[in-house]
Ligand binder design. Structure first.
Ligand code: NAP
Length: 515
């Protein structure tokens, strides 16, 4: 599957004026390898001065693509066939090394009319494309074949992905194009399609698209050209590169790709870690993950598993470490020797960071707030360290169920007091950036008299819970160190190497700043 394909990143630009378009184009030289000018974004009066843009394109050495898309193919304006036909004929007359991206209906129409036309189409400068914003159509292969029957140089198919498994037919098309010696671009749009954007060039795609910046992304799920280069190091990915992924829903705001890819870079390890938006877990494991059943020809070696799949994934694994079984959640999958092995790295990460901060935990009085998956990992770890644990939950029955499994006491969170506790741990999502950011599971009055408050929430780094605890006179500790520690353990499980912890911590801090 190796290709000698150069990795091209094309930055699409959508501006209302030619001046703004030129300004944006000037920024691209440092970010990407090419520019796609979305001419349908220009206001009508600007289209009359399009010659200026053509002159600009003629001056540049880098890849330049022009598009003029109708709204049903993702464009910014209603354009009937005749308007597009007339526009492209005008553009074809201009000289330049640029490519034009023409929709399939237009390509087929131009072929029929070309024989009588005074200005023949230069098909070596044409990308023939089909976009579908509803999802992968059932006749994707037939669309490819229709495009392949035309004289266009490059075949492009872009379809909306609703689940990561929607990437499979796009990778299949790339493989077919490669076998048939065709140049092709196959993109799954939306957060679930990110894998096609990152891995496409290593599977032979003529190019991938990356946004100039987060604000100017022109298609759903488009990541920035800078991230493709700096975080995913797309230029180094080959078919041999080991692939790791974060499986969950949602996953696009995770900082784990920053942490793991920074570690691969530091260690010179040929790996890449990508977000995989998984809604249907069973289908994902069968079609993309398990070596015995997967349809994907890729070197997938491991997964981080996050909400909502940490418990459900256990039904799909060949082996699970005893601690993860006790916790009832797997956050790490290792794919090796044709089988899937499951681990939980939250528990060792929690205890490692807490011991470093607090010291010996034997007989320490610890309060866990919450009774979900993270609370189970924390309870197991504290129980193994002989701490005295009380589990507080808004539903005391859930607290009781968890407490029973780990030799702890259950309690209601309603008007709880944490006075006299050595450690109080927030294992709920309260305080997480977004709509729960100003919430806390305990107030200053309740935390007075406790020694250390540990929040598993890491974004923001200082939560409302930690502010309340500081006001109560407690020492405070945020969840970022645990996030990094569980990632270092994953890195070790996947690669057998000691993880570069400092680099990973730095990458996490930087990524949080830029969220
Ligand atoms: P989970 O399984 O969904 O459990 C969440 C727990 O929080 C449940 O017990 C839930 O109670 C409780 N809860 C939710 N809203 C509440 C509210 N308004 N008042 C009181 N309790 C509430 O989630 P999880 O996987 O355990 O994760 C919990 C948090 O830990 C998340 O923010 C996660 O990001 C964080 N975490 C951090 C790390 C790290 O490395 N730093 C690792 C793992 C997890 P009900 O059952 O009654 O809804």
């Amino acid at each position: 599957m190796d290709t000698n394909n150069p990795v091209r990143i094309c930055v699409p630009l959508c501006e209302r004026s030619l001046e703004a378009l030129e300004l944006s184009a000037a920024k691209v030289t440092s970010e990407g390898d090419g520019v796609e000018f979305r001419l349908d974004c220009l206001v009508q009066s600007e289209l009359d001065h399009i010659d200026k843009l053509l002159q600009l394109a003629a001056r540049t050495d880098s890849l330049t693509i022009f598009t003029f898309r109708p709204s049903d193919e993702g464009g910014k304006r209603e354009l009937n066939y005749d308007a597009r036909d007339e526009f492209w004929r005008r553009l074809q007359e201009a000289q330049g090394a640029y490519l034009t991206d023409l929709e399939l209906d237009l390509v087929e129409g131009l072929i029929t009319s070309n024989s009588t036309s005074s200005s023949p189409i230069d098909w070596a400068r044409v990308i023939g494309s089909k976009h579908d914003f509803s999802g992968p159509p059932g006749d994707l292969e037939q669309i490819y074949e229709r495009l392949a029957r035309t004289p266009v140089r490059i075949i492009k198919i872009a379809v909306q992905a609703h689940d990561v498994t929607d990437c499979i037919p796009l990778f299949r098309l790339l493989k077919r194009a490669r076998e048939e010696g065709r140049e092709a671009i196959a993109i799954a749009m939306g957060p679930a399609g990110i894998a096609t954007r990152i891995l496409g060039p290593s599977r032979g795609a003529f190019l991938t698209y990356g946004a100039l910046d987060k604000e100017s992304s022109t298609a759903p799920g488009q990541i920035t050209a800078k991230e493709l280069k700096d975080v995913y190091r797309i230029g180094r990915i080959t078919s041999k590169t080991e692939i790791f992924g974060l499986a969950g829903f949602p996953v696009t705001h995770s900082i784990s790709p920053h942490i793991h890819n920074a570690a691969f870079a530091r260690m010179g390890f040929d790996g890449v870690y990508i977000p995989l938006e998984v809604r249907d877990l069973a289908s994902f494991i069968e079609r993309m993950v398990h070596p015995h059943t997967r349809e994907m020809d890729w070197n997938l070696r491991g997964l981080s598993v996050t909400a909502p799949h940490k418990t459900a994934v256990m039904d799909h694994l060949d082996w699970i470490e005893p601690a993860a079984r006790d916790i009832g959640a797997v956050n790490t999958v290792v794919i090796e020797g044709g089988i899937l092995r499951g681990y939980n790295t939250d528990a060792p990460a929690f205890i490692k960071t807490l011991v470093k901060k607090f010291g010996d935990l034997r007989d320490a009085r610890c309060a866990i707030i919450g009774a979900g998956g993270a609370a189970s990992a924390v309870a197991l770890a504290l129980n193994q360290n002989r701490s005295r644990v009380t589990v507080y939950a808004r539903d005391v029955k859930k607290a009781a169920r968890l407490a029973k499994r780990f030799d702890a006491e259950p309690a209601s969170l309603d008007s709880a007091s944490f006075e006299g506790f050595d450690v109080v741990i927030n294992a709920t999502p309260l305080g997480t950036s977004g709509k729960h950011e100003m919430e806390t599971p305990a107030r200053t009055g309740q935390l007075r008299g406790a020694r250390l408050a540990y929040d598993l929430v890491y974004n923001p780094t200082e939560t409302q819970f930690l502010r309340e605890a500081r006001d109560a006179g407690c020492e405070i500790f945020g969840g970022l160190s645990m996030l990094v520690a569980q990632a270092t353990e994953q890195f070790r499980l996947w690669t057998g190497l000691e993880a570069p912890e400092k680099v990973m911590q730095w990458a996490a801090v930087e990524a949080l700043k830029n969220l």
